[in-house]
Design a protein. Structure first.
Length: 81
């Protein structure tokens, strides 16, 4: 099965250069991106390898990934929340 990429660079291709620059200057952004990437890797691992999981836990992981994505986007747009 093909899994759609959800890494930060695929999610925000228009901010690719800004993202790299800002990560080195903004520790909050760097931490959010690191957590996002780690969580995304766990989700992809479950999806690609048909690993056993609890539906509730898996949905919570996906919701957390979405929340992190929103926070990253707000920072990239200069809308600190």
């Amino acid at each position: 099965m093909y899994i759609q990429p959800h890494d930060v660079e695929h999610e925000f291709p228009e901010y690719k250069e800004v993202l790299h620059e800002m990560r080195s200057q903004d520790t909050r952004l760097a931490d959010l991106v690191e957590e996002y990437e780690r969580l995304n890797a766990d989700i992809v691992d479950i999806e690609e390898n048909d690993k056993l999981f609890q539906d509730f836990e898996f949905e919570e992981m996906k919701k957390r990934r979405l929340m992190l994505k929103d926070q990253i986007y707000f920072i990239l747009r200069g809308e600190q929340h």
